[in-house]
Design a protein around this ligand. Structure first.
Ligand code: HEC
Length: 153
């Protein structure tokens, strides 16, 4: 084997090692266990809960965008869809399955949107609306770090 080949094999071996290490460290990282508490629901209930969640995200985005452009009518409409009215719509059989902490955090998100509705129809101060949104999103973050939904087989 000439010296050039030795160098080539050594280099490819070295690269191979790094690649291997990268894969190992990636799989260790993805092996993080999910410590969130499971809330057992039916497939239908899960679909309903997640569709409410997507409505939350949708409303958050619309409130942000409309508030940036100062369009209070659009802010009001977006926030109203996920305000108190949505909260009171949650069926009783789902509510019974929700842990106490969940039922304590949940209403704060709906109420946060309701205070955005009130500000939008009231003085319409964009800064106040931004601060309501920032505050209510702490509830999204808090709840997501605690719970997940699983369908009971
Ligand atoms: C009281 C608890 C709670 C609050 C408050 C909450 N969420 Fe969730 N959300 C959940 C849970 C539980 C899941 C399911 C997570 C899982 O199973 O991995 C979820 C899932 C989601 C999803 C994924 C939907 C899908 O189709 O998979 C989105 C998006 C979401 N939430 C947005 C929000 C936003 C935005 C807010 C705040 C405005 C919010 N959520 C407030 C509990 C909450």
């Amino acid at each position: 084997m000439n010296p050039f080949n030795v160098k080539k094999y050594f280099l490819s071996g070295l690269i191979g090692c790094f690649w291997g290490l990268t894969i190992v460290s990636q799989s260790v990282a993805s092996g993080i266990t999910d410590e969130r508490e499971v809330i057992w629901v039916t497939a239908k209930e899960k679909a309903m809960l997640l569709s409410e969640m997507r409505a939350f995200l949708n409303a958050s985005q619309k409130v942000l965008e409309s508030n940036l452009s100062g369009d209070m009518k659009a802010v009001e409409e977006a926030a109203r869809l996920v305000g108190v009215r949505l909260f009171t719509n949650t069926p009783e059989e789902i509510q019974k399955k929700l842990p106490v902490t969940f039922t304590m955090i949940g209403p704060r998100a709906y109420m946060g949107f309701e205070s955005i509705v009130n500000e939008a129809v009231g003085s319409g101060d964009t800064k106040v609306i931004f601060s309501h949104l920032a505050e209510l999103q702490k509830n999204c973050v808090a709840c997501h770090s605690l719970f997940r939904f699983e369908v009971k087989p």
